[in-house]
Design a protein around this ligand. Structure first.
Ligand code: SIN
Length: 309
């Protein structure tokens, strides 16, 4: 039994790999992912210049998840470009993730990765933790259109979009309308749920320092929202666009639910943070067992098979 899958035509050895933003800033961390059973090496979202990120404390583990306002700490895109040849020897797909603070910055970043050895490029439109620097581009459909006009002809590598949690179906239809107008062969859904707040009732304070305590929520808490977003996108896009599910994948059963909803693969973030790199192998094994027990012989057979009551 194998959980081999394809995203935007690129082969992945299993259904499970790391989500951007967790233990993937430095070469050492990326090498640990490369050596694990993660089926790809997803890079930290990078910006034009290096960033230290937001003030500490900026993240906290919660009983059922993770809460953070990292503020995109990263080494700057040039450093990741240097690291890619060193990661190539692990023979796994490498996915770049980019965040620009202007359309021109996005153009520079995407052009640079188009000319690199990465296999896929994810445009992170939905980081919830840089609101002080302006409205995240993902809420401005006109701006996204302008961006897609600007970056569509920069190279042949598949470009995908990292999307937020849409709490309203109409916004997903608008996004699909754009995806269909341009060549967007994959999406990642969802980013951590921004504008969340965790309160310490003992101390009567927020639990992280940046942005007066607001941040992005991940883990079990957001799985139903992620599943809903993936399923809606699958209903709208069918097999025309690969969907990567993200949000609350802790067990093989979680991965199987995303598969039924229509995801072509899943990314694991919170569980990787808490359990370390062994989580990729464990979740994949659990998924294989479920598929075997149910008589499925491939990912493709079970994909999108959710039935309605
Ligand atoms: C961050 O670095 O603030 C998180 C990145 C993201 O959620 O896109």
């Amino acid at each position: 039994m194998s959980t081999k899958t394809k995203i935007a035509g690129i082969e992945f050895d299993s259904y499970i790999f790391n989500a951007s933003g967790i233990k993937d800033d430095t070469f050492e961390e990326l090498e640990e992912i490369a050596k694990s059973k993660s089926s790809a090496i997803m890079l930290k979202s990078c910006t034009i210049g290096p960033r230290k990120g937001n003030e500490e404390p900026r993240e906290i583990n919660l009983p059922l998840g993770y809460f953070q306002s990292e503020g995109l700490p990263n080494l700057g895109y040039k450093k990741y470009l240097e690291l890619i040849p060193k990661l190539k020897k692990y023979k796994k797909p490498i996915i770049a993730s980019v965040v620009g603070f202007s359309l021109e910055e996005y153009r520079i970043l995407i052009k640079a990765f188009q000319e690199s050895e990465v296999d896929l490029i994810e445009i992170n439109l939905s980081c919830p933790n840089i609101v002080e620097e302006g409205l995240p581009i993902v809420y401005d459909f006109e701006k996204i259109k302008e961006l897609l006009d600007k970056i569509s002809n920069l190279g042949e590598k598949p470009i995908g979009l990292k999307l937020p949690a849409y709490l309203c179906y109409v916004l997903q239809e608008k996004m699909v309308n754009l995806i269909e107008q341009y060549d967007i062969p994959f999406i990642s859904s969802i980013n951590s749920v921004g504008n969340s707040l965790i309160i310490d009732p003992e101390k009567e304070t927020t639990v992280i320092k940046p942005q007066r305590g607001f941040g992005g929520l991940s883990g079990d808490y957001i799985k139903p929202i992620a599943l809903g977003n993936v399923r809606r996108f699958y209903e709208l896009l069918k097999d025309e666009v690969s969907i990567i599910g993200v949000g609350g994948i802790r067990t093989g059963q979680d991965a199987f639910e995303f598969l039924l909803a229509g995801a072509d693969a899943v990314q694991v973030g919170t569980t990787f943070e808490k359990e370390g790199p062994s989580c990729f192998e464990r979740i994949n094994k659990e998924l294989e067992e479920i598929l075997q027990k149910k008589g499925y012989t491939s990912i493709q057979e079970a994909k999108g098979k959710l039935e309605y009551l």
